[in-house]
Design a protein around this ligand. Structure first.
Ligand code: TI1
Ligand code: ZN
Length: 805
């Protein structure tokens, strides 16, 4: 055994004396990391050169050593392989008095490399999972040793029970079962497939060293009888049993058949008979979809989570008590598939996190929720709710998980309302995906008030029906002013104000027309749910942030729509326009009408805000109407674009004829024939408030000016107004001006007061001898008017007022 090369042997002996590295009993060194330098040193001595050295730091044993380890090796010779390993005992912490290796397999590949696979033994007994592979290249250089060696074993290897007793224990544990070895056809097939006359399914208990519960990390190794029990029928599987050879206890068991996935069928609350994936276990099935990593539990009407994983003996889940679990498990699969298939999202965290659902949470519990780690469903009290496991509720709760891992919308105020709305939006999307035939825009219709048909908790297509607003700040809007979020106010109405985004989403998808609570009329052509779900998903996952509000939800949706549905030939996509329109319809943002590159068209403006300018995008084609102009914007007359084009070819056509201002107009149509230079410009209509300044002409002369003529239109908020030109009488005429607010001035800057009147009185100076006033001047009115000349000149004061007839 001790056939070390001279140098290495001396080294090891030295260590025995100095530091006892060769002994596995080095507890003080086994602290994480402390032994590693010594093991590396040992590798450096054991091998010619090491290029890469990987070690399991918990176990202080390498799992891959690569380099130019040794030359002229012959791995086909098992004794040489054993020799090599024994020479590197300090590297793997091999105890040469107890540890050894059995040849398992030798392969030679196309590159001329040889791979020798060996099974670790301890006192001659195979160690479960203890396996190393040695690799040599075509030039017989040992390149690598990798695999798992279990060092430090210390146990007695005499069995106290027989293999036969152990087998009986395993069979007892599995009973009843259909044994594959009793099926002669299966036996024949096995012999044929393996081309081995002696091959059989009959279990053969083998003595092994294996860890309790299969826990290699903990490493409580026992002497076991290990066997594979091949079962057909309901329990189909290859069951690996590990029976403690001292105590007869089953220390580990599992089904190793590569696909132990089973299809269960069950009776659901809301979806009739459904099928879903379960896992075969000893004695039955559990609600565990291995492939998609979905587990469904019951809280058994308690509140501890996750509760108990559901099991069933025959995979037909038809008990009444199983219905909610059937719904939840089936729905979880549908939701998981929806995100995977539609968005290529692998579970809520996009890395395949387990989807856990717990049903029967609490007693008569009228809610469902996502607790940050799993889905939880109440049974409902039977009046307000029946079991809250309907597909849209499951989809709603799962969406909270997606939101948590993406936008992270804070669950209060507007961001909380958006969070809730996204849950309804994706809950509904899942409903349309999983159950298209019965899908609708109602939320919770299957479980809400089981005694009342046709109603729902919320209505995406008509939020008002569920007491939710369909307009931002409109009817039912939960005011955020001074609101301090708490559970009792639903964190400032998160389940109320969600109606606004719910409705916007509905309008985007399905279209609709009407007038919202703030008087904005809309008419939207829906773009379909498969389009809107992509836009919404992108808004949620790419643009929204934890503190987003409704205004930023709009821009997030628009950005998502622009990404997914870009301009076509410089024109806004239909999807983009519908997205913008839907937000305008719910009172968010101003109407964005397609952009540019049109050849002809008409502009429509609505949803005006009381600002000086109104920015919009010119529409592509179609009939666009400037409509619903609030009263204070009586007219406007300037439209320009940011390219600086004057748009002189734009023609204003106020409804009701030109050129009169349109008092309270609801429609003004602009038509235009844009030129190439108008492309990619933002068009701005500058809305003006119009002030009519009338001249109330009290002249005592016969004149050409008649009373009540509009002298000037002052637009917007201010402007300088001058009195109308004086009628020339002669050089000594005088004038008198008075404004309707009492100010005396011939010209002034006016404040925005509608229809202000300027009274201009024109008087003749009777002292004049050269009265050249135009006849007839027999209606002269002479008023006593103070007149102060500038200083340095004599004061001339009219002193009488008379009327000549
Ligand atoms: S996310 C969860 C919040 C519940 C808080 C209580 C712990 C929620 O929004 N639950 C949904 C359940 C639901 C979903 C019911 C769709 C019906 C249809 C919900 O809307 N709950 C309502 C009853 C609420 O909490 O006001
Ligand atoms: Zn919710």
């Amino acid at each position: 055994m001790k056939s070390y090369s001279l140098g290495k042997g001396i080294l090891c002996l030295l260590f025995l004396v100095v530091g006892s590295l060769c002994s596995p009993n080095t507890a003080f060194l086994q602290q994480k990391g402390e032994m590693i330098p010594r093991i590396k040193d040992a590798a450096a001595r054991a091998f010619l050169s090491v290029e890469r050295f990987e070690i399991d730091e918990n176990k202080n044993v390498p799992y891959s050593v690569r380099g130019r380890l040794a030359v002229d090796v012959n791995l086909s010779d098992v004794s040489e392989v054993r020799q090599i390993l024994k020479k590197s005992s300090a590297v793997f912490r091999i105890d040469t008095t107890t540890d050894d290796f059995l040849q398992k397999q030798i392969t030679r590949d196309d590159l001329g490399m040889t791979h020798a696979r060996v099974q670790q033994t301890y006192k001659g007994i195979p160690v479960y999972g203890g396996e190393l592979i040695l690799h040599s290249d075509a030039a017989n250089t040992l390149k690598e040793i990798n695999g798992k060696f279990v060092p430090g074993l210390n146990l007695d290897v005499s069995a106290w029970i027989s293999g036969e007793q152990a087998l009986q224990t395993a069979l007892q544990d599995l009973r009843p079962a259909t044994y594959r070895w009793l099926n002669s056809e299966q036996e024949r097939v096995l012999k044929e497939v393996l081309n081995d006359e002696n091959a059989t399914w009959l279990p053969k208990p083998l003595l092994m060293i294996a860890p309790r519960n299969g826990d290699f990390e903990k490493g409580e190794y026992r002497l076991v009888w290990k066997m594979t029990i091949a079962i057909d029928g309901e329990k189909l599987g290859n069951y690996e049993y590990f029976i403690d050879a001292k105590t007869g206890e089953v220390i580990n068991k599992f089904n190793s058949m590569p696909n132990d996935d089973a299809i269960g069928t069950g009776t659901s609350n809301y979806n009739g008979t459904v099928s879903f994936h379960t896992n075969t276990i000893v004695g039955g099935y559990e609600m565990y979809n291995i492939l998609r990593n979905i587990k469904t539990y019951t809280a058994n009407n308690g509140t501890s989570l996750p509760g108990t994983l559901l099991t069933d003996s025959d995979n037909t889940w038809d008990a009444t008590a199983q219905r909610s679990a059937v719904d939840a498990h089936w729905a979880a699969e549908a939701v998981r598939d929806f995100y995977l298939v539609v968005f290529n999202r692998n579970s809520f965290d996009n890395t395949g996190a387990q989807v856990r659902s717990t049903v029967h949470y609490g007693s008569n519990y009228n809610n469902a929720f996502w607790n940050g780690a799993q889905l939880v469903f109440g049974d409902g009290d039977g009046v307000t709710f029946s079991s809250l496991t309907s597909i849209d509720v499951c989809g709603h709760e799962f969406a909270h998980a997606v939101t948590q891992y993406t936008a992270g919308l804070i669950y209060q105020g507007e961001s909380g309302a958006l969070n809730e709305a996204f849950s309804d939006v994706f809950g509904t999307n899942v409903e349309f995906y999983a159950t298209p035939a019965k899908a609708n825009w109602l939320i919770g219709e299957e479980c809400y008030t089981p005694g009342t048909g046709g109603d729902a908790l919320r209505y995406m297509n008509n939020p008002n029906l569920g007491g939710q607003p369909d307009t931002y700040d409109g009817t039912h809007w939960f005011s955020q002013t001074g609101c301090v979020p708490s559970q009792s106010n639903d964190y400032c109405g998160v389940h109320t104000n969600s109606g606004v985004l719910n409705y916007a989403y509905y309008l985007m998808s399905q279209g609709g027309s009407g007038t919202n609570d703030i008087g904005t009329s809309f008419n939207i052509t829906g773009i379909g749910i498969t389009t809107t779900r992509s836009i919404a998903y992108r808004a949620l996952t790419v643009y929204l942030t934890s503190g987003s509000n409704y205004a930023s939800a709009r821009t997030a949706f628009l950005s998502a729509a622009a990404d997914l549905y870009p301009d076509v030939s410089g024109q806004r996509s239909q999807e983009y326009v519908a997205t913008g329109d839907a937000f305008v319809a719910v009172g968010i943002g101003v109407k964005l009408i397609a952009k540019n590159n049109f050849t002809s068209g008409t502009i429509k403006i609505n949803g005006l805000s009381a600002s000086s300018g109104y920015v919009f995008f010119a529409a592509v084609g179609g009939s666009q109407t400037l409509e619903a102009i609030p009263q204070q914007f009586q007219t406007y007359d300037r439209v320009w674009n940011t390219s600086g084009n004057g748009l002189s070819n734009w023609q204003k056509q106020p409804q009701g004829g030109q050129p009169a201002p349109i008092q309270g107009a609801t429609n003004v149509i602009y038509t235009f024939n844009p030129v190439l230079g108008d492309n990619n410009a933002t068009y701005i209509a500058d809305l003006k408030k119009r002030y009519n300044v009338y001249r109330n002409d009290l002249t005592d002369f016969d004149g050409t000016v008649s009373a009540g003529i509009v002298a000037q239109i002052v637009e917007l908020n201010s402007g300088v107004v001058s009195a109308p030109a004086q009628q020339t009488i002669n050089s000594r005429d005088y004038r008198f001006y008075q404004w309707s607010d009492g100010v005396l001035a011939s010209s002034r800057t006016v404040a925005p007061i509608d229809n202000m009147t300027l009274t201009a009185q024109y008087k003749a100076h009777l002292a004049s001898s050269s009265s050249a006033a135009t006849a007839p001047n027999n209606q002269r009115e002479v008023s006593q008017v103070g007149w102060l000349l500038s200083s340095g000149l004599p004061e001339r004061r009219p002193h009488m007022v008379c009327k000549i007839h």
